[in-house]
Ligand binder design. Structure first.
Ligand SMILES: [Zn+2]
Length: 193
């Protein structure tokens, strides 16, 4: 699961929790370990047809691609998150990164579903974060000894109240591509009034 997918799922879970829905502890465990899914999926893809040992709830119900036992291993040191005083203390990236999700040729816009989810975030004003300065696992380890190399796109920042934190403990920067679109959307809706 990419950070963006996890974000989208976490958002739905948070909305459900706010609405008073009890979130099963397995689901929280699943999200906390990043879905385990990057490593679980990578391992499952590399070993088609191999079925596991029933190590966990995810594995038993969904096969090796859904195993939640994989743990991320970081080489970078993560400082404890220092939450901002308020939304006014959140900063934006000054310009779009070379691999910004909002660029036309980005992987996030490669298929219609994720493109519309991405553009909807901007239209709704739901924050989307730049990955700069965030941690990424070098590899993932399964308790039974299997390992999977980390992915270059698998950002796993600590999250507090929906905000991701950089390695130095400061809040993530809002994505420049998102800011440009979100402000255009806000101007358009002002104009429509
Ligand atoms: Zn498992």
């Amino acid at each position: 699961m990419s950070a963006f997918e996890r974000y989208a799922v976490q958002r739905i879970v948070d909305q459900a929790a706010d609405a008073g829905v009890t979130i099963p502890p397995e689901l929280n465990a699943f999200l906390e370990c990043g879905g385990g899914s990057y490593a679980a999926r990578a391992w499952a893809d590399a070993h088609p047809g191999e079925y596991g040992l029933g190590c966990c709830w995810g594995e038993v119900h969904g096969g090796p691609a859904h195993c939640i036992c994989w743990k991320p291993i970081y080489e970078q040191e993560q400082q404890a998150p220092r939450p901002p005083a308020g939304p006014q203390d959140l900063a934006a990236q000054p310009r779009m990164c070379g691999d910004c999700a909002f660029r036309k040729d980005s992987p996030e816009r490669a298929d219609e579903w994720s493109e519309s989810a991405l553009l909807e975030l901007a239209a709704e004003g739901t924050p989307f974060w730049c990955h700069e300065g965030m941690r990424r696992p070098v590899r993932w380890e399964h308790p039974d000894g299997r390992t999977v190399e980390g992915s270059p796109d698998d950002w796993q920042p600590p999250m507090v109240a929906g905000v991701p934190y950089r390695l130095d403990g400061s809040p993530g920067l809002l994505c420049a591509g998102w800011v440009a679109r979100a402000s255009r959307a806000a101007t358009a809706s002002e104009g429509a009034r």
